[in-house]
Design a protein around this ligand. Structure first.
Ligand SMILES: Cc1cc2nc3c(=O)[nH]c(=O)nc-3n(C[C@H](O)[C@H](O)[C@H](O)COP(=O)(O)O)c2cc1C
Length: 187
């Protein structure tokens, strides 16, 4: 199998899309973030890489809180808008209806299917990005998106970013059980 070497500037894989929320100058601001992930199971830490130029970063650092909101595909226009326009130039506080949880300063978007409010625990200073690591303090989901007590991604229908193609996609069909498909190869 012959491989050709390609640009070493990034990883190529589909990325789930989120809206990260923070209060900036006293009002909610949301930006689109695809570079986010779980980072630790107990306590539940998440991480989000946010470019230092972004308006939202100051709010995360000032309040030491932020939220992660997962939109369904039907919110694609609003989500893309939040990734095109900076809160430093336009007021994005009205794009979504906002609610607050126990942390009181992490704005969450009502329209998004899943919301997590996070307490900032660490900021890693990278050359261009600030990697915000937060502990999930509260998580919220509408009942219609829940199956057997957990958020059901088939019902939520999240957006995936195909970065090189500059395209949003949705989940494909199921392939095989996770932590199951490989069992037949176990000795
Ligand atoms: C699909 C998509 C994904 C994005 N992912 C990220 C990301 O992971 N990290 C980041 O710093 N910016 C990301 N951006 C860019 C910011 O969302 C964008 O610059 C935004 O306008 C910044 O908003 P703010 O200045 O109000 O904070 C993304 C934009 C789009 C459209």
């Amino acid at each position: 199998m012959e491989k050709i070497e390609i640009g070493a500037d990034r990883l190529h894989y589909p990325m789930p899309c989120s809206l990260i929320g923070a209060n900036v100058d006293g009002r909610p601001n949301y930006l689109t973030v695809a570079w986010f992930s779980m980072a630790n199971p107990k306590p539940p830490y998440v991480m989000a890489a946010m470019n230092k130029s972004h308006y939202t970063n100051a709010g995360v650092k000032a309040n030491k809180t932020f939220s992660i909101n997962i939109p369904s595909a039907e919110l694609v226009e609003k989500m893309d808008y939040c990734g095109l326009v900076s809160g430093g130039r336009a007021d994005k506080s009205g794009v979504f209806e906002t609610f607050y949880g126990k942390l009181e300063t992490a704005p969450m978007a009502v329209e998004c299917a899943f919301n997590a409010e996070c307490r900032l625990v660490q900021t890693v200073n990278l050359p261009m990005e600030e990697l915000f690591i937060g502990e999930i303090a509260g998580a919220y989901c509408e009942e219609r998106y829940i199956t057997n007590g957990v958020p059901d991604m088939r019902k939520i229908n999240p957006l995936l970013l195909l970065m090189a193609q500059k395209m949003y996609a949705s989940l494909g069909p199921d392939v095989a059980p996770a932590w199951g498909a490989g069992k037949k190869l176990m000795k």
